[in-house]
Design a protein around this ligand. Structure first.
Ligand SMILES: [Zn+2]
Length: 642
């Protein structure tokens, strides 16, 4: 069976998306520009203190994170006190709220009367305040994608997190340039039923947001979280998908992973394993003379230990690929086998505590550990037939914590697929990040006053709403006789407004769309600074073309000259000598050509037309329409021959 043959409806696949899109305006709670910078700037350090929510409970995800004992370094190129959390946030950026309202109307959502910012506990250090500010702006909307209604549960405005620059053992380095960039978050209901549909919905929401013309473009400016569940599996949230086209792959991989874990659970049930019986032992003495380079290296440092655990009944479940996994294609197998083993799941949990990895019995013999040593490990841990062991080496307390995390994970294997937040990896797989956060994560942001959304503001935004992307495309195709691809490209590349502005003045949709979509990129490829070709320049060029001052064939050459020499249209036309000729002038030039080519005409008769046309075009290109040249030439040639 191939992964693509999976019947997702039978599995009751439910997918929901959370789209995060950066808005093209200054930061949400200060006046700083929303711009990434390459400077490191000054650096300051903060240690994580697990934030206690006002509900009085410590978030379970925060607890998991606190066990990692991390130091956070923040690089900042400016001295903004809001970003460093030395000063309370300023009033929320009004433009960002307006853009969010716009997107809310476009997705048929109900706007709240008052926007209240809340604090969402952040446990990975990505926000200097220890929480992210977020506000619900609208809810209960819907979009229509390929004729199917997909519910939009919430639309929020929030601040982007700091940018992770580097992650080392026990420390993470962030840059504050991204912190506070306004983000719109659109969450769908879990009504998506297949991997491909998820991609289509994400694309639709992306195009809807771009239609506002007020969102950032480029890599990293739009990010998706994908919620996935299947029957008998669990809800898993995959964070940080940046490439829309990868969405189906992440879903396929996650479904395969959950199916595998369901198989593991069934196998444990068959073996009668109802709980995890374990034994945790310091086995450093067993390995004190080992030749295993990894272990020897660790044990050579003071205070380092090798700790082992016994997992009763887990033999062969850690190392083998999940039992009844659908057979992946060869090429896929190469990319993602490791991460689909239970041992890899265990290792990912251990790594969140800060250790490098684990070694387990199903991969033995390996890492230079001898058969003799394996025997001794087994005897130290009381391993019996049907059991597995996991060992890890390093600083004792950390290793014990890591192995406890493994035991917790092993317990979950008996019950179900654990609910998790997982990080998207570039190859389409995911790795465990933390437990799915509980509901207690939000509490009110008291530094920001609630913002009333009055009727006047709503009316104003409603008046300025952009067309929905699909409708706009249809209209552009019909009105300007473009093909769908041209219309789509103009909209997608944000050229639609310039296009319509110029076409509505001068007509000539075909040549204007060709100029925007083909000529400008070609000039850019030739190393021309196309920024010099402003909207005003384009307007001028087409105004002159409209007045028939030169032929449309001259447009590329003209733009090239303008950008290269920083010239205006009139100068460029003069310099290039492309001023349009009258037909009389053209006739004179053609007469001269015919006179020069008497021999050719004598030899070839009417077939001389084509070479003569080539010669004429060389002299007249851009100065007069090619069709007219052809007519004059044909006429005169006929006359001559008769
Ligand atoms: Zn700032």
């Amino acid at each position: 069976m191939n992964e693509h043959d999976i019947d997702y409806s039978k599995l009751n696949l439910k997918v929901g998306l959370e789209i995060h899109q950066q808005l093209d305006t200054h930061k949400l709670f200060c006046d700083c520009e929303s711009k990434l910078n390459e400077k490191k700037g000054i650096v300051f350090l903060r240690r994580l203190r697990p934030t206690q929510s006002e509900m009085g409970e410590i978030d379970r995800a925060a607890v998991a994170e606190a066990q990692k004992k991390l130091c956070f370094y923040y690089q900042t190129a400016d001295t903004c006190l809001v970003e460093a959390d030395e000063e309370p946030p300023h009033a929320a950026n009004d433009e960002a709220i307006d853009i969010t309202l716009e997107a809310s109307f476009m997705s048929n959502a109900k706007i709240v009367d008052e926007v209240h910012f809340m604090r969402k506990v952040v446990i990975d250090g990505s926000n200097t305040a220890g929480f992210q500010r977020t506000a619900l702006v609208a809810l209960d909307g819907f979009i229509e994608v390929n004729g199917k209604k997909i519910g939009i549960s919430t639309i929020c405005l929030e601040e982007d997190a700091a940018r992770k620059i580097e992650e080392k053992k026990g420390e993470v380095v962030y840059r504050l340039d991204r912190l506070g960039i306004p983000l719109i978050e659109i969450a769908t209901l879990p009504q998506i039923r297949s991997p491909n549909e998820a991609k289509e919905v994400a694309e639709y929401i992306g195009s809807l947001l771009r239609a506002t013309k007020k969102v950032k473009r480029g890599i990293g400016t739009i990010r998706e979280d994908v919620n996935i569940s299947i029957a008998r599996g669990a809800r898993v949230e995959i964070k940080g998908v940046q490439e829309l086209k990868m969405i189906p792959k992440y879903i396929e991989e996650e479904v395969a992973r959950q199916l595998g874990l369901i198989d593991v659970k069934n196998e444990l049930e068959r073996r009668g394993i109802k709980n995890v019986k374990t034994r945790v032992m310091d086995i450093s003495s067993v390995l004190k003379n080992t030749r295993s380079a990894i272990i020897k290296n660790i044990l050579s440092k003071t205070g380092r230990k090798v700790i082992g655990i016994r997992l009763v009944g887990f033999e062969a479940l850690l190392g083998s690929k999940f039992c009844a996994l659908p057979k992946a294609k060869k090429e896929k197998e190469k990319k993602s086998p490791v991460k689909r083993r239970l041992g890899a799941e265990f290792a990912q949990y251990a790594k969140t505590i800060g250790i490098e990895g684990i070694i387990h019995s199903d991969e033995m013999p390996a890492y230079g550990i001898t058969i003799e040593e394996i025997k001794n490990i087994k005897s130290a841990l009381d391993i019996e037939e049907g059991d597995a062991f996991v060992i890890a080496a390093g600083e004792e307390e950390m290793v014990r914590n890591a192995l406890n995390a493994v035991i917790e994970r092993a317990k979950q294997a008996i019950y179900c697929v654990p609910e998790e937040t997982r990080d998207a990896q570039p190859d389409g797989t995911t790795t465990y990040s933390r437990p799915l956060p509980g509901k207690e994560r939000m509490y009110p942001e008291t530094d920001i006053k609630p913002i009333r959304i009055d009727q006047k503001r709503i009316e104003k935004i409603k008046l300025g709403l952009p067309e929905l992307p699909e409708r706009k495309m249809k209209r552009m195709v019909e009105t300007y006789k473009l093909n769908e691809q041209q219309a789509e490209q103009l909209i997608d590349e944000n050229l639609d407004i310039i296009f319509e502005q110029i076409v509505n003045k001068y007509g000539m949709a075909a040549v204007i769309s060709r100029t925007l979509l083909n000529t400008l990129p070609e000039l850019k490829n030739e190393g021309i600074d196309v920024n010099k070709i402003s909207v005003d320049v384009l307007d001028n060029v087409f105004s002159q073309l409209h007045q028939k001052k030169f032929a449309k064939e001259a447009v590329p050459e003209l733009l090239f000259y303008i950008a290269k020499h920083d010239a205006d249209v009139y100068k460029a036309v003069k310099a290039l000598k492309i001023e349009k000729l009258s037909s009389e002038e053209a006739e004179r030039i053609i007469d001269a050509i015919l006179k020069n080519k008497k021999e050719l005409i004598k030899d070839k008769g009417m077939s001389a037309l084509s070479p003569l046309m080539g010669i004429a075009m060389k002299e007249l290109r851009g100065k007069i329409d090619g069709k007219i040249i052809n007519e004059i030439l044909k006429e005169k040639l006929k006359k001559k021959l008769s």
